[in-house]
Design a protein around this ligand. Sequence first.
Ligand code: URA
Length: 469
Amino acid sequence: MYDLIEKKKHKSPLTEDEIRWMITEYTAGRVPDYQMSAMTMAIWFNGMTDEETTWLTMAMAESGEMLDLSSIPGTKVDKHSTGGIGDKTTLIVTPILAALNVPTAKMSGRGLGFTGGTVDKLESIPGVRSEFSEEEFLQIVREVGFIDAAQTKALAPADKLLYALRDVTATVDSIPLIASSIMSKKLAAGADRIVLDVKCGSGAFMGDFESARALADQMIRIGELAGRKVVAVISDMNQPLGHAVGNTVEVLEALEVLKGAGEERLRTLCLAIATEMLQLSDQARGSREEAEAAIKAAVSSGAAYEKFVEYVRAVGGDESYIRNAAEQIGQKQISNSGESQGQDTAQDIAQCMEGAFPVSSVQQEQPVYVYAEKEGYLSSCNNAEVGMTSVMLGAGREKKDDVIDMEAGILILKKLGDYVKKGEPLAVFYTKRMEMLPAAKERFLVAYEISPERPETVPVILEILGSSK
Ligand code: URA
């Protein structure tokens, strides 16, 4: 290991055998953390070639079980987001794809720090399980058409060890290390094709477009070298996606989109990701327009929503909880003639949180509104701070074993570019931690800048690139 560190320190590329040896020995506990820390820091400074990054990815993917999805008919298309705030796209696109006969066998993470996790969001539905035996996992995909399960411990154990080490040695933010970490899990999870949602902005690992693009390019190249087709959607994460940040609130917002309404940027991103997934699958349509039309039809016919309900039932969840919520949201949508947007859609969710829906057990006297302290345009957002505000309210974890309050969260009423008057509500907070409210409000208000000039509008989709482009 000493020789390998020395090599990397002097910018010499490592060979495939050296990388394999290093990962095998580290996973077995025969290379100590202090040597691996020196190696990750040398990689942080000196980078890796495409070949090295691919060998590292493969070595980590093969460090544990490799899932065999061959018993599921059809091309399996996986999706992965590099992590963000209010990102509930998986909850929306996987049932849409299932309704179009494209199976997804997805393993997702739990939330940590300012980023939320799909598995936590799903577990906010009473009864929903996310840990399964391999047999059960495959059976659910075969029967329902998709699964959003927690990642098993047996998958890519080398990445688990290495990620924990990087987390405490300031070496997370290295493109070859992030790319190999993400892609090792995707390859071990067995998908044929992969759509990556690479987030870019103040609530993402990659703060600027150039680094997001470099990460996307790197992951596409790894996928190609490993024989997979990969498409990356680079999307804006300079403000929360949609209105809801939390767990129950995000499920409600996902239901709203599955019911054919919802906030525009969220809908746009879901449509783009679902289109890329459909076009990579064996159900691909002749053109992008046809694919988009098929996706919209899967939503408007109610097929995607019914798939979601079917999934909840299959994993032990309370179907009536979902139907009840969707009905309240649906009624509002009909009275809004189907295409409600902006604040209206946030109000639907707020009504659901406060109304007859079971989550009205939220133990606070009133929903807590946060008001603008001055007039002007919402011109920028420190999105990570919004994420951390939701953690303060109880919606996320600061440490891995913190317990989440599923009903805690934030409903964002205004988006960047909106004009607000002094005293107008910017957000609704849901929390049982009343003692945290003053500090949480302060943190939230500081996260947003209000200025006299209208900011330039940044589209939610910044670029789509990949194998088939
Ligand atoms: N997500 C991962 O899985 N790994 C990283 O290194 C960063 C984000």
